[in-house]
Design a protein around this ligand. Sequence first.
Ligand code: NGQ
Ligand code: ZN
Length: 459
Amino acid sequence: MSKTLLLEHALLPDGWHSGVLVGIEEGVIASLATHPSPQQLEAAQAIAGATIPGLPNLHSHTFQRGMAGLAETRGPSGDSFWTWRQVMYRFLEHLDPDDVEAIAAMAMMEMLEGGFTSLAEFHYLHHDPGGNHYANLAELALRIIAAAQQTGINLTLLPVLYARGGFGGQPVAAQQGRFYNDLDSYLALHAASADALKVLPHAKIGLAPHSLRAVTPDMLTALLGAGLSGPVHIHIAEQVKEVDDCLAWSGRRPVEWLFDHHAVDAQWCLIHATHMSETETQALARSGAVAGLCPVTEANLGDGFFNACSYQALNGAWGVGSDSNIEISAFAELRCLEYGQRLLHRGRNLLAGAEGHSTGLDLYTKALQGGAQALQQPVGALRVGARADWVTLDLAHPTLAPLPQRHWLDALIFTTDRSAIRSVTVNGQICVLNGRHHAREAVTARYTDRLKRLLARVG
Ligand code: NGQ
Ligand code: ZN
């Protein structure tokens, strides 16, 4: 199916243009003209407003959307990332495949409504609450895929290897049984997931050792040598305790350890990388790998601040992810990243590339590039050959209407006003109009029903 659209304003790789003619074929941008001729314009459908590429969401565990609000009650002492993780593990004691699918659809729908058009799902929940394999090893991957199919988000699926409970090869705890595979069952799971993914013509598969805590060095080497293609994502150096444990185990810090033992390159995405020395920051920036920042979740979990100013000065690649999905908003992630640096360094406009640059536009541009690289999909730019994935802003909205073009992204990101989104298009199809996803009613009704029943079981 092909069509031709005339975008009133469009953010192209070299900046804003007005009156851009876009030809779409099979959901892909097949042609793009910044100065169309009158004949070219004849058959075009006019799209009012300002169109920007949809942001790739490079890191998420969709099921955690279901526990939003359940981990914000003060515990007996020392609430932390690790006590949050205990709450998360308890939540998982009752989650069944229908719940997983309903929650994933809800999260993906909210991602689309919040400006994310593609997603890397870091999928580590594989087995039933007793740790037993489902009849189909990839049952829960299938549920993630079904949710992507229902909502229309472009998916990169990252089946996760989780085989150990801590540094030094500690066995997984009972509560981690739902995540556990040895390398052989992981490879079988990966193959079954790749097979299931065929229903989504645009999807991509990658691989993900959960963290240096959750695999042994030998396993990591074997996994990387197993002939699987696609991006490699790993959680790393998110918490100070994790850095300390890694030092106690190996004498090296996590990022340092990884670079000592593996050829980290542009295929890689290091999730969080919060606690890095200057040397590690330089190594990561030089490697071409993407830093997968999840600023809203990192704030919620009390992780710390990413070394963004040094990293940016070294021109390191980065993108953003919604991780725990406590709040789902492309704009909020970028705002939170910049605000973290402002609070830390007591400055302003810290992640703008140079004098005169818009902070919002520079943040958005970097996150588009890093996100597309981390997903290994042709997304994140309005250019020929890329997917027709974009967000169209309402220029009659009071947040944008009074402003000249150069301030639009600043207004959007720093107000995080998603009501300025008029529509969201994925693979050339509108899936969100006037703030509402086309399946919103069905998705929210099922989510609410499943969650009520689940919470009655959790108690
Ligand atoms: C996760 N989340 O896998 O969901 C982790 C917590 C862990 C974040 N790191 C569990 N934000 O790292 O062991
Ligand atoms: Zn994560």
